[in-house]
Design a protein around this ligand. Sequence first.
Ligand code: IDP
Ligand code: MG
Length: 139
Amino acid sequence: MRTDRTFTMLKPDAVEKGHIGAIFEKINASGFRIVAMKLTQMTTADAKEFYAVHSERPFYGELVEYMTRGPIVAAILEKENAVEDFRTLIGATNPADAADGTIRKLYAASIGENAVHGSDSDENAAIEGAFHFAGREMF
Ligand code: IDP
Ligand code: MG
């Protein structure tokens, strides 16, 4: 069995609404170990770089505004099959399509303001984790 890592952000809407504790309760109950975690805020340059893959999409400007408007919780999580299992735990991008019990079903307001980020591959998990954390912040 492999032990993998994924990267998550509790987005500004989730932090504003006071859902940090409830969301981490679900993350812990689902068997993820916290490797790194902090409350931080992305600058416009940070958000543009983090979401550069979406730069041609019509929602890019709105996404950058949203992700920089307040603090986020950034974290690296470890578990077997972490990337896929975390995507299952958070649910579909649009909360209207997210399965019952998923974090987005419970806490997301819309396809844009969807409470939580989860990496989509092992490669991106490593890139995104290194974007937010120095090696000495990972345990
Ligand atoms: P994901 O977060 O489920 O991987 P992506 O397609 O990678 O979804 O999109 C990144 C983020 O961009 C989403 O989580 C959401 O915040 C935002 N987003 C995606 N699609 C839309 C849209 O159609 N309108 C507004 N925002 C969107
Ligand atoms: Mg994505």
